[in-house]
Design a protein around this ligand. Structure first.
Ligand code: BES
Ligand code: MN
Ligand code: ZN
Length: 464
């Protein structure tokens, strides 16, 4: 588990190696008066700049303490850079971040935890990790639920489609439900038709593994309702409008929205927020077969609007349409969906900045502010009304692709909006779900963007 490198300082009778934050301004005083310490720092070129680490020896030859350069308002990501700089010994030494206030201790511990994430389902990790004692004052529960949430999402996305099919995805959600005493139901295969989820069925029916809709509910029935929706396309071949191989390669991550939504659901339940939580995840594989849905087919939707299929590769908005219509039918305080919906959002904002579309300015502002405060940023994009005409269809109420390829993230969001009532608060996160370029605490692979931000926003509103 991701928190395995943490030990309880109070319980273990251990010699702790202190790790102290330092800046170029505080370096002098942190080094103390001993000339050896100054010489050691100088000979290592250590100036206390962010990310620099200085392991200080004791007289007996062991590690005495560590100085680590962090900026004044250090984020969890600044702290994440500490882990790979520390020596790993046998028996393990135990480090403890010290001289930090409780907020900083919490951020430092979370950065440490996320830096210790590794995907070990198919082979053991090749190197050992350093151990740490919980920093004094850290909010262990907050760190634990966030680290578990992020690790859960990363593991889910990293797992290839063969081992993360519609059943396994739904099973993972059921497992989280069980852990929190939440209710779980799942509508499978042909039952999607009898229970009026025609788009989820149409997109998923060609796969050898039946489509389904996973549905988790938790919390006090009278509490304000929050409904999360996640795109759970376990593999996106593009359907009959098949993706070229380069574009298809990474499509095991097309359930990244559902991984993010489940991660958030886990954290909300672990935090015990005063909400009635619902999570809806259409779990489908967009595959090719004799019974695949086709370009220019016209699909019915749960809401009753008809959709002409301009491209079978715009499948995410189809499965979300049915799930969002169901979410909308209950009129929750907020509907929040996560989806690896468009390549266009990545062209607009790059891979690390999820696009936020929201029809409610108060919720949007709260989400963006939360993202800034927990260093999990999002960027708002517009539900630009004039572009609604691009998803008109000559034969149906809507087309699932725009008549222009431009502004594709916006036309996709406008498509989703068609399944939300005008007075219903709704936020849509178009995410990459994947880190392409590693940074401290963020290895290449599956990732959960905008999840800690959403948690912070909901804690602010519904926390104790
Ligand atoms: N899952 C993809 C979107 C995607 C691709 C997200 C790459 C992140 C990285 C989605 O189902 C898709 O194929 N979208 C198409 C829509 C188009 C056919 C209108 C796209 O973005 O090209
Ligand atoms: Mn697609
Ligand atoms: Zn997709």
């Amino acid at each position: 588990m991701i928190l395995d490198t943490f030990v309880d300082a109070a319980q273990a009778d251990l010699r702790l190696i202190p790790v102290s934050p330092v800046t170029p301004d505080t370096l002098d005083s942190k080094l103390g008066s001993a000339p050896e310490a100054r010489a050691w720092a100088a000979s290592h070129g250590f100036e206390g700049k962010p990310g620099q680490s200085l392991v200080m020896p004791g007289t007996g030859g062991g590690v005495e303490r560590v100085l680590f350069g962090v900026p004044d308002e250090a984020t969890l990501w600044d702290w994440a850079a500490l882990v790979p700089t520390l020596p790993v010994s046998s028996p393990p030494a135990v480090f403890q971040i010290q001289e930090v206030d409780p907020d900083q201790a919490t951020r430092a511990a979370l950065g440490w935890a996320l830096a210790c994430y590794r995907f070990t389902r198919y082979k053991a990790a090749e190197t050992d990790l350093p151990c740490c004692a919980w920093p004094e004052g850290a909010d262990r529960e907050a760190v634990t639920r966030q680290a578990e949430a992020v690790a859960l999402a990363r593991d889910m996305v990293n797992t290839p489609a063969e081992d993360m099919g519609p059943a396994e995805l739904a099973g993972t959600i059921e497992g989280v439900a069980g852990r929190h005493g939440a209710q779980f139901t799942c509508i499978e295969g042909e039952d999607l038709l009898t229970q009026n989820y025609p788009c989820i069925h149409a997109v998923g029916r060609a796969a050898a593994r039946a489509p389904r809709l996973a549905d988790l509910t938790w919390g006090d029935e009278d509490a304000p309702k929050i409904t999360l929706v996640g795109k759970g396309v376990v593999f996106d071949s593009g359907g009959l409008d098949l993706k070229p191989s380069a574009g298809m390669k990474l499509m095991k991550k097309d359930m990244g929205g559902s991984a993010s939504a489940l991660a958030l659901a886990h954290a909300v339940m672990a935090a015990g927020l005063s909400v009635r939580l619902r999570l809806l995840v259409p779990c489908v594989e967009n595959a090719v077969s004799g019974n695949a849905f086709r370009p220019l087919d016209v699909l019915n939707t749960r809401k009753g609007k008809t959709v002409e299929v301009g491209n079978t590769d715009a499948e995410g908005r189809l499965v979300l349409a049915d799930a969002l219509a169901e979410a909308d039918s209950e009129g929750p305080d907020l509907i929040l969906d996560f989806a690896t919906l468009t390549g266009a959002a990545r062209v607009a904002l790059g891979t690390e900045l999820p696009a936020l579309f929201c029809n409610d300015n108060a919720w949007a502002d709260a989400y963006l502010a939360a993202g800034r405060s927990v260093t999990d940023p999002l960027w708002r994009m517009p539900l630009h009304e004039p572009y609604r005409r691009f998803i008109d269809s000559p034969v149906a109420d809507l087309n699932n692709i725009g008549t222009t390829g431009m502004g594709g993230a916006i036309t996709a969001a406008l498509f989703l909006r068609e399944f939300i009532s005008t007075d219903q608060a709704w936020a849509h996160v178009d995410t990459m779900g994947w880190t392409d370029s590693a940074q401290a605490g963020r290895p290449v692979g599956g990732d959960a963007f905008g999840v800690r931000a959403a948690l912070a926003m909901l804690e602010e509103r519904y926390g104790a």
